[in-house]
Design a protein around this ligand. Structure first.
Ligand SMILES: [Zn+2]
Length: 181
């Protein structure tokens, strides 16, 4: 029997069971034929490689984990965008507030009463802003990212209007007093 016959038997032995007599002749052939033994060890090597590559299937889990990580990173970036928008809005509003209070200071010229009013108003303002930030932080988990810039602008405009109203009302409170005295 030729060499290719045993190679064929080896191949069959991999996929389906061969008869006992075939197994016996194959065993005898392997004892004398180094080429077929090498063939067997090559196949075993291939088997090992296939098995180790099938262990790569947990990569499916890895890829979903990576996607989750990506989603989390996106969420994190959205949060940063939110905070940038809020900071810009708050910063702008605070700047306007400061400028207007300086203007009121210059036009009123009664530092102590003004200062006390400013402090109480600022305290209220800070409370309001922190409450707003807590609310926004919760909304931030629901509202998509592109809305944050618009939201920041809305906050900016809103706070500007509020600070203007505050300045105007302060002016109205202080001006009659000056007339009285
Ligand atoms: Zn052989």
């Amino acid at each position: 029997m030729g060499h290719s016959y045993f190679e064929n038997l080896l191949r069959l032995d991999k996929t389906e069971t061969i008869s006992q007599r075939q197994a016996q002749t194959l065993k005898e052939h392997l004892e004398t034929c180094a080429a077929c033994r090498a063939q067997i060890s090559a196949w075993e090597e291939v088997d090992r490689l296939l098995q180790s590559s099938s262990q790569v299937t947990p990569r499916l889990g890895f890829s979903t984990r990576w996607q989750e990580h990506l989603a989390q990173e996106l969420k994190y970036r959205e949060k940063i965008q939110l905070w940038v928008a809020i900071s810009i809005g708050m910063g702008g509003a605070m700047m306007i507030l400061t400028m207007l209070t300086v203007w009121v200071w210059l036009s009123l010229g009664s530092p102590l009463g003004w200062f006390l009013t400013l402090i109480s108003n600022l305290a209220e303002m800070i409370l309001f802003i922190s409450a707003l930030m807590v609310i926004l932080g919760r909304v931030g988990e629901v509202v998509p990212a592109p809305m944050w810039i618009g939201l920041g602008l809305c906050i900016f405009i809103f706070l500007s209007v509020v600070s203007c109203m505050w300045i105007v009302s302060m002016h109205k409170i202080f001006v009659p007093r000056r007339i009285e005295t």
